[in-house]
Design a protein around this ligand. Structure first.
Ligand SMILES: Nc1ncnc2c1ncn2[C@@H]1O[C@H](COP(=O)(O)OP(=O)(O)OP(=O)(O)O)[C@@H](O)[C@H]1O
Length: 253
């Protein structure tokens, strides 16, 4: 059985139809990336899968006992509120000091337990959010643009961490991302949402789909094009293929 399934999912806010007719399922260990223009309903879709936004139509089904760890797109914490990281990680469920130390170590910020949430850097904050998601021992890790605001090395190292964690605990990963050149390399499936699912499939299939091209264009505006570039271009000279993607500053046409 799929870990989570949406059948005919629709979400309305007031009279406004934000999502409609979405059929989706996720299998154990799968890596799925959601793409779509701003305001196309990606966050709403994750929140509906989480059960915090009620469907206006259709149904969400989770396999029995499935746990979901969620890294939200943003989380506002009042800078005037003294909230140490350790206390944040103990909400809503109390966690032991050793559990907290272990998970912070795992996400690469071993020294922040006593620090106030409001004083963390952007990169540390994202890692603490990831730590919180990992504490639930997720079968599915849901990440909503988790690297927004990080610099390029920060983005790359965050996704490396996600990949390591996934290998260790075998969870499925569902991300909303614009950092496609980083994340797509490891995606089994890409789902392009614009109110409904306009196309889905392996990264190269979605890249070629007319629906995707209509939304993102063919050239430099299409992040998928950037990702795909390093795989489909012709080399006119021999060079080291182990370089990082960011070394490719030019875009596919
Ligand atoms: N709680 C809400 N009440 C009313 N409208 C909402 C609510 N949340 C989102 N919306 C609207 O629903 C639409 C989809 O929003 P959503 O945040 O899901 O899009 P998104 O694809 O994640 O966007 P972005 O890429 O900009 O993060 C937007 O027009 C937004 O204004």
């Amino acid at each position: 059985m799929s870990l989570i399934t949406a059948a005919g999912l629709g979400v309305h806010y007031g009279g406004r139809k934000v999502l409609f007719d979405i059929d989706f399922q996720m299998e154990r260990g799968e890596i799925v990336t959601i793409v779509g223009p701003n305001g196309s309903g990606k966050t709403t879709f994750l929140r509906a899968l989480l059960g915090v936004v009620p469907p206006s139509s259709g149904r969400i089904t989770r396999a029995k006992g499935v746990s979901v760890g969620y890294v939200p797109q943003r989380l506002h914490i009042d800078p005037g509120l003294p909230l140490p990281v350790s206390r944040f990680l103990s909400l809503p469920k109390r966690r032991s000091a050793s559990e907290i130390a272990q998970v912070l170590d795992r996400v690469g910020v071993p020294d922040v337990a006593a620090q106030n949430m409001a004083t963390l850097s952007g990169g540390q904050f994202q890692r603490v959010l990831l730590a919180r998601a990992l504490l639930v021992k997720p079968d599915i890790l849901m990440l909503d643009e988790p690297t927004a605001g990080l610099d390029q090395p920060g983005v790359a190292s965050f996704y490396r961490l996600i990949e390591e964690v996934r290998r260790e605990i075998g969870c499925a990963v569902l991300s909303v991302s614009h950092d496609l050149h980083v994340v797509m390399a490891a995606s089994d499936r890409v789902v392009c949402i614009n109110g409904h699912v306009c196309c889905e499939g392996a990264p190269h299939v979605v890249r070629a789909a007319p629906e995707y091209r209509a939304l993102f264009g063919l050239g430099t505006g299409g992040a998928l094009a950037l990702y795909q570039h390093s795989h489909d271009h012709e080399h006119d000279h021999d060079h080291d293929h182990t370089h990082e993607e960011k070394d490719h500053a030019h875009h596919a046409g």
